[in-house]
Design a protein around this ligand. Structure first.
Ligand SMILES: Nc1ncnc2c1ncn2[C@@H]1O[C@H](COP(=O)(O)OP(=O)(O)OP(=O)(O)O)[C@@H](O)[C@H]1O
Ligand SMILES: [Mg+2]
Length: 173
């Protein structure tokens, strides 16, 4: 049993980062965006108004794109923004079943050269690649403080999370 506890295992402990404001949420997105690679997938969860789109705005900036153009793709389902890498911004909120997701032709994005960010990803999580970064935003209702939980699936995402957590905690002193 003790050995199992010492084992790094398939699922590392999630990293929880405090985010105090909308501006900080964008900043966290930027730290992520600067380090993303072609084919990276980010699965965002959290209630209405949690800050998923705000985080995505920061990701767009980190990718060298225009954050001011980023809006929730709630009705259009997909937005695409140019940058160092293209950013595919999807929203599963209005999807009723997995078949509707498949109709969007998601492999074009998920297996493409860009970065894919999905809001309300829990609705389609079974349709997503095994390796991705799950990001859950909690704490809505407590003024502007949020807790952002990062759950990396796979080594690339694990490295990304430890790097961003190191930088984030360093900035917070
Ligand atoms: N720490 C914070 N991080 C992000 N947004 C915050 C924060 N504090 C307050 N806000 C406010 O919460 C709202 C977040 O909106 P946003 O569109 O990013 O949420 P969302 O999770 O994408 O919602 P939806 O599910 O409706 O798409 C904004 O109005 C923003 O000003
Ligand atoms: Mg949104």
């Amino acid at each position: 049993m003790t050995e199992r506890l010492a084992d790094p295992g398939e699922e590392p402990a999630p990293v929880v980062l405090p985010v105090e404001s909308e501006a900080e949420m964008e900043q966290l997105g930027e730290e992520l965006g600067r380090r993303l690679w072609p084919g990276a997938v980010l699965a965002l969860n959290g209630p209405l108004g949690a800050g998923k789109t705000t985080l995505t705005r920061g990701i767009a900036r980190g990718l060298g794109g225009r954050p001011d153009q980023v809006r929730s793709p709630t009705f259009t389902l997909i937005h695409q923004y140019p940058g160092r890498l293209p950013l595919y911004h999807l929203d599963a909120y209005r999807l009723q079943k997995a078949a509707e997701w498949e109709n969007l032709g998601p492999e074009e994005y998920l297996e493409g050269d860009g970065v894919t960010v999905i809001e309300w990803a829990e609705k389609v999580i079974t349709c997503l690649p095994a390796e991705l970064l799950e990001i859950e935003i909690a704490g809505v209702g407590l003024a502007t403080r949020r807790l952002v939980t990062l759950r990396p699936r796979g080594d690339d995402y694990r490295r990304l999370v430890s790097e961003v957590a190191r930088v984030w905690r360093g900035q917070k002193g």
